[in-house]
Design a protein around this ligand. Sequence first.
Ligand SMILES: Nc1ncnc2c1ncn2[C@@H]1O[C@H](COP(=O)(O)OP(=O)(O)O)[C@@H](O)[C@H]1O
Ligand SMILES: [Mg+2]
Length: 269
Amino acid sequence: MLTEVTATRYVTPLREGGSLPGLVEADDLVPYVMKFTGAGQGRKTLVAEVICGQLARALGFRVPGLVTLDLDPVIGLGEPDQEVQGLLKGSGGTNLGMRFLPRALGFDPLAYVVDPAEAGRIVWFDALINNVDRSWRNPNMLVQGGELWLIDHGASMIWHHNWRGAHAWADKPYDASDHALARFGPEVPAAAAELAPLVTEELIAEAAADVPDVWLADEPGFDTPDAVRRAYVETLRARAATIHERVTLPAGGTPPAGTPGWVTEGASR
Ligand SMILES: Nc1ncnc2c1ncn2[C@@H]1O[C@H](COP(=O)(O)OP(=O)(O)O)[C@@H](O)[C@H]1O
Ligand SMILES: [Mg+2]
């Protein structure tokens, strides 16, 4: 189970992505990026954030810590922005919180070099979860103190929008042509050899166990939240086995020579 905290102050919207997450403070005095259950993409975005985020962490990637954030919409009453006001009103109860990374820079593939092994691990992981939201246009990675962090897994596991066809996703390919790390020569087969054996039923089940029941309840075709969790485990487990054989990467390309000093120095101050 994720730690449960309560939002105490809405600070500001983060307008970079599409879902309008907000920076909030909570009763543990930690700043969080709040992802709203009432956002347009719905609660499945939050389910994907938890399962993929926890799985990524278990596989050794840097992912900001996750909590559930209880929201009383009253904290947004003074919010002048209509869109934010609506989001807060529609999101009473359990939302997702992600530890805010201070002084983090958005990943820029022209300014930061990733070695082929790390690029391979990230591309393989994105192939596993079918993440369509880590392109060079919208990398959804942050750099803090010279280290790369993964964020925003909300647009992955598309199969959870149609569970009846989910089993077919075990064999579907992953197009990484536009992936933010495609230009770094990602070593996907090596990453698969290292990571796929770690993606056991137990590991995925642990990640799925962290999803609050309220986001899984009343899923059509399932009797209980645990039955939905098992469906996530099965699809990811099946996909892990051979997905590396079906990753499309662009041919050729010269990776850049080095990360400029200001990227690493600036972030570690
Ligand atoms: N944990 C975090 N720490 C610092 N900044 C963050 C964090 N999470 C998100 N952000 C910032 O907020 C933006 C939007 O968040 P994101 O999770 O990508 O949501 P979406 O794209 O769905 O709107 C990110 O591009 C990033 O600039
Ligand atoms: Mg985003």
